[in-house]
Design a protein around this ligand. Structure first.
Ligand code: ADP
Ligand code: MG
Length: 403
């Protein structure tokens, strides 16, 4: 079997410090293994960048960025990184705490939508993990249920761990000049179902993008549905940019949700980042009010000590893309007067033109993930530059016709 031929299985790495036992996950960038660390008598998880990608400077720098991003974080709800570096053969690795349990997507698929009392605490804890990352200038950029692991630890069930900072952007001050190879500007990574409107458009991201994704995750956890019904990645992207999310109270027949939940979710799902909660801590605060059954969210005072900041991550180049991840550019939306493809100011949500989306029952309890060529590395879904080019071309044509 192909799986048995994995060159790492059964191997000792780093002078016998770790014995690789079995593969526990894999994606486009590499694989995650369960390994034994005999000196500590414990299991660890080792993520190894695929050796055949070791020559890809863009992927190598992305992998390093993930390791560096995660090793900066100490929140208990973020997976802990023990060490990272290069193996004897040049393969890059990250050694992490080994988690037992299953991810949030697997959990909702097997157990169905969660009651508020279970789903809210999970997301509140994730908000706190993200708050730490955001304050460190790190935006996750690929938050989805598959990247939230519900671990059992110390007798605790449902202890969430945020995984996979593979697409994380570390703010400029964390980067040495030239440490990101920028080959194709304006490309967008992420997962369409959970992608913020600004990410779908290839714009600069702030912490607000992660806040939007957290809200989509919570929506799915509580309803086993997404805020939009779509048939393919492009449609999801279009709907995130243009459509009003379906009110949560309409999604599960016979299930009532507190009105405050929708108030909080609608805010977090706002099209413009500045209309959302200003931080993950503020979203946690609002969700806590929902959990407590309060009629409204009490004033939020910005968390412990530090003022809530907008991230200094502007101007950090978008990571370079693997050509294999390219899909069609996002040009489904006619560019408005501004020519940027963004919803115009005072934007009013409207029905998306095009084929009607069937809303009949699905065979699986959750919408199927749209297939990605390389899911672990995040699907490249759009080329925002296309907006500019199409806009510029149209403008040039119009000018030519007029003159
Ligand atoms: N520390 C860990 N402990 C146990 N399983 C893990 C751990 N890290 C990752 N995994 C498993 O491997 C899968 C892929 O890991 P992830 O970091 O998301 O990589 P990818 O870049 O391939 O998406 C996860 O969904 C999870 O099931
Ligand atoms: Mg992942």
């Amino acid at each position: 079997m192909a799986r048995q031929q994995d060159p790492f299985i059964g191997r000792d790495i780093l002078n016998g410090q770790f014995q690789i036992l079995q593969k526990i996950g894999s994606g486009g960038m590499g694989a995650v293994y369960k390994a034994l660390q005999p000196a500590m008598n414990r299991m660890v998880a080792v993520k190894i960048l695929h050796p055949k990608l070791a020559g890809r400077k863009d992927l190598v720098s992305r992998f390093r960025r993930e390791a560096r991003a995660m090793s900066h974080l100490t929140h208990p709800n973020t997976v802990k990184v023990y060490l990272y570096g290069e193996l004897e053969d040049g393969s890059l690795y990250i050694v992490m705490e080994f988690l037992e349990g299953k991810n949030l997507n697997q959990t909702v698929r097997s157990e169905g939508a969660m009651p508020l009392e279970r789903g809210l605490p999970i997301l509140i804890q994730c908000c706190h993990a993200l708050e730490e990352a955001h304050r460190a200038g790190i935006i996750h950029r690929d938050l989805k249920p598959e990247n939230i692991f519900l671990s059992h630890q110390g007798g605790m069930k449902d202890f969430p761990k945020v995984l996979d900072f593979g697409l994380a952007k570390v703010s400029e001050r964390e980067l040495r000049p030239g440490s990101i190879i920028l080959t194709q500007e304006g490309m967008v990574f992420g997962t369409p179902e959970f992608m913020s409107p600004e990410q779908a458009q290839g714009k600069t991201l702030t912490a607000g993008s992660d806040i939007y994704s957290l809200a989509v995750i919570l929506y799915e956890v509580l309803t086993a549905k997404l805020p939009f019904d779509a048939k393919n990645p492009m449609e999801f992207i279009q709907l995130h940019v243009t459509a009003k999310p379906k009110p949560i109270s309409e999604r599960v027949p016979g299930k009532a949700f507190p009105p405050l939940l929708w108030t909080v979710l609608e805010k977090a799902l706002a099209k413009k980042s500045e209309d959302r909660q200003a931080s993950a801590a503020e979203l946690a605060h609002a969700l806590t009010a929902v959990l407590q059954g309060l009629p409204e969210v009490p004033p939020f005072h910005g968390g412990p000590g530090t003022p809530i900041q907008r991230l200094p991550s502007e101007n950090v180049p978008t990571p370079a893309a693997s050509p294999a991840q390219l899909v069609a550019p996002v040009v489904a939306q006619p560019a408005p007067a501004g020519g940027m493809g963004a919803p115009p100011p005072g934007y009013a949500p409207q029905a998306v033109p095009g084929p009607t989306i069937p809303s009949g029952p699905r065979s699986s309890p959750l919408p199927r993930r749209t297939p990605a060529a390389k899911p672990s590395a995040g699907l490249l879904v759009g080329v925002a530059v296309a907006f500019l080019l199409v806009g510029a071309l149209l403008a040039a044509l119009v000018l030519k016709v007029l003159m």
